[in-house]
Design a protein around this ligand. Structure first.
Ligand code: UD1
Ligand code: UDP
Length: 367
């Protein structure tokens, strides 16, 4: 590679960014471009960050801005300041952002104000719920992007309705699913179950919970604890708990149930190994709705809406409330596992999104 090749800067920072960026970076390495990987430092615990770089074969970040945690304004502002300095020094030819986290929108603001072309991977998803910080991040990022790389056809419709020119929109499939399919053979349910102390001869559920709508308000937390305990009365539940809300859940007595196994966040391969063997998953995660869809594991999403309706129409996902959770679990357990291969998978979730995205990016750079 030479200095005359165009420079592509990838912005990552939070857990869900890493499995999305990995296949894009790998595929773009086949094109004549220079790449710089930025970690904003939004997530920093070993279990929320470093483990993904190790397991997913991501290169070491070239730059870590170390922004850390804080209120939205402080976190987003620190990222903006760091990226403005970096882009001023490096003069990227293209900035690529992923998903809907604060690191994403911060980079979009800096790149667009500096006149640097901006590509958004996972554009066009909409929950139409403006109480979600992610929805604000999606709307702003998409409005500012020059290339909108979408994972599902509904996203094309949303962007069209918002007046985005069709020439900017590319249906490329889902890079997070590239990463999943690439690691499928490495997912070892038995090994993870043993290592976390789970009896794998018994059915179990995996739960992940971190959305502000579930874990921030003490009244919601109290209701959540009651609902999850009612589930644990029926079946063993293992929860690799996200750091957000851990304190509030602990205070509300979440851990005080013998059939509930609360553990630290797991590495990517360990987490999906556990999911693969689960009778069902209860979650408020975006990515987990997609991964369960492809693995055919029933997914109960504890949210009033989803920006990923394709996981309902083409997958295993259903929306539930805290009140309906225990009955929904009983239904899923009674129904038993689906026949393998009977759930349809969304179009282009085929393991080749990374190369398709790389081709669009390279073409935009004229290489
Ligand atoms: C962020 C994203 C959310 C995404 C989630 C994925 C935004 C607005 N939200 O939410 O869309 O679904 O990441 O996991 O960008 N913390 C740690 N260690 C860490 C990281 C965070 O202890 O490594 C704790 C801190 O107390 C922090 C809290 O978690 O204040 C929240 O972290 P933050 O990155 O602000 O938001 P998330 O809830 O993780
Ligand atoms: N994940 C993981 N370990 C865990 C929980 C989740 O590796 O303990 C993975 C999960 O498989 C998916 C990604 O983290 O690839 C999703 O991140 P998260 O749920 O934090 O964010 P969201 O998708 O909701 O934005």
């Amino acid at each position: 590679m030479t200095g005359s090749q165009p420079l592509v800067v990838h912005i990552t920072g939070a857990r869900p960014n890493f499995p999305k960026a990995a296949p894009v970076i790998a595929a773009l390495a086949e094109h004549p471009v220079r790449q710089l990987l930025v970690h904003t430092g939004q997530h920093y615990d070993e279990r929320m960050s470093e483990v993904f770089f190790r397991q997913l074969g991501l290169p070491e970040p070239d730059v870590n801005l170390g922004v850390g945690s804080g209120p939205h304004g402080a976190q987003t502002a620190a990222t903006i300041v760091g990226l403005e300095e970096l882009f001023t020094a490096e003069r990227p030819d293209l900035v690529v952002v992923y998903g809907d986290v604060n690191s994403t929108v911060a980079a979009a603001l800096v790149a667009s104000k500096m006149g640097i072309p901006l590509a958004h991977v996972e554009a066009g998803l909409r929950s139409f719920d403006m109480t979600m910080p992610e929805e604000i991040n999606r709307l702003v990022t998409d409005r500012l992007s020059d290339l909108l790389l979408v994972t599902s056809p509904d996203a094309i419709a949303h962007l069209g309705n918002e007046g985005v020119h069709p020439d900017k929109i590319h249906l490329v499939g889902n890079p997070m699913i590239d990463t999943l399919l690439r690691h499928l053979d490495a997912l070892d349910t038995a090994a993870v179950a043993d290592s976390v102390g789970l009896d794998r001869t018994e059915p179990y559920l995996v739960a992940t919970l971190h959305r502000p709508g579930n874990v921030d308000d003490p009244a919601d937390v109290a209701e959540l604890v009651r609902a999850v305990h009612a589930v644990a009365d029926q079946v063993r539940v293992v929860i690799p708990l996200h750091p957000r809300g851990r304190g509030r859940l602990e205070q509300a007595g979440f851990m005080d149930h013998d059939n509930l196994l609360v553990i630290d966040p797991l590495g990517y391969v360990e987490f999906l190994g556990l999911v693969r063997g689960a009778a069902a998953v209860v979650t408020d995660s975006g990515g987990v709705q997609e991964e369960t869809t492809v693995m055919g594991v029933p997914c109960l999403t504890l949210r009033p809406n989803t920006e990923r309706p394709v996981t309902i129409t083409h997958g295993t996902n259903q929306l539930i409330t805290r009140a309906s959770l225990p009955a929904a679990v009983a239904d899923v357990l009674a129904a038993g596992p689906a026949e393998p291969g009977t759930t349809p998978v969304p179009p282009l979730w085929d393991g080749h999104a990374g190369p398709r995205i790389a081709a669009v990016l390279a073409a935009s750079l004229g290489v």
